[in-house]
Design a protein around this ligand. Sequence first.
Ligand code: GAR
Length: 325
Amino acid sequence: MADAPLNKAKLAVFISGTGTNMAALLFASRLKDAAFEIVLVASNVEDADGLNLAAIEGVPTFAHSHKGHSREDQDAAMEQAVLDAGADYIVLAGYMRILSQGFVERWEARMLNIHPSLLPKYKGLDTFARAIDAGDSHAGSSVHLVTHELDAGEVLAQVRVAIASDDTPATLAQRVKIAEHQLYPRAVADYVSRGNDPEFLFSKLRELALALPETHERSSHGSPGFRVGTEKSGKFFAHFSQQHYGSQHIAVLVKTSGMDELLNLVETQPEVYYKPDYYGASGWVGLILNRPNVDWDHIADWLGRSWRSSAPARLTKLLDAADIF
Ligand code: GAR
């Protein structure tokens, strides 16, 4: 089999039981062009079935029983194993422990869970019995980001499973699990790849750009951009650039103070900045969005600065006055 591409996301998967969702992720990771690889399977149950499956497949495993340990100590042991394995993300797959707040905070936006209901319905346990008792037409499963409120983080993807009139919680659980095995690998792949997805990057950018005062979207030379001022006389302060003129970058172009600053940025931080064709000549710098660990606060700062240098005086005057206080 061909070697893994260098930029695969590294996952640590936490399980407590059979680990069939972990197995679905593991075999998905072995398919051609998979977006992720599994670098660790860890459990709080020393004889969890899934650990054996992972070991047979040559995936490193780690087990640390929670019995006799505080929540913090248990989480610290699990986290150390994740760090030692070099994982970028933690994927919970039937991990039946509540995690401590510090742990959840450190892995914010980098920890996913699968929950067997159509969230926000039926957080917690006994989801199948609750869906049947309520007379729902469908049950299902949700993949969500983990936050410190149980099963309440942003839902990334869901799959619906029809409930039959003679379903019991056990028969329904079986079919939901089959659906989960399709859902989880896809949802994880989409999530870890979104830093290279122009649609996702543009939607983040649009949110930040349109949050600035008196802005609107307008395309220019076939690319979307953002202007400040009125629809009629506004000025561009940002252009979105998606692999233009053979460039590999997905970027936002923003206004620098001039060529000196632009060249200095490009020279000192070439992984972040580049001089775009055409716009570069008039002082616009390319701020690369499809790179690891983009800091969106930094992008927002640049948008704000570029906005300020393009906005009409009646708008910047107000801000200047506010800055004095
Ligand atoms: C899965 O159905 C998952 O949705 C559920 O545990 C099962 C684990 O099965 N998770 C939860 O209930 C989390 N609150 P698996 O070990 O065969 O993957």
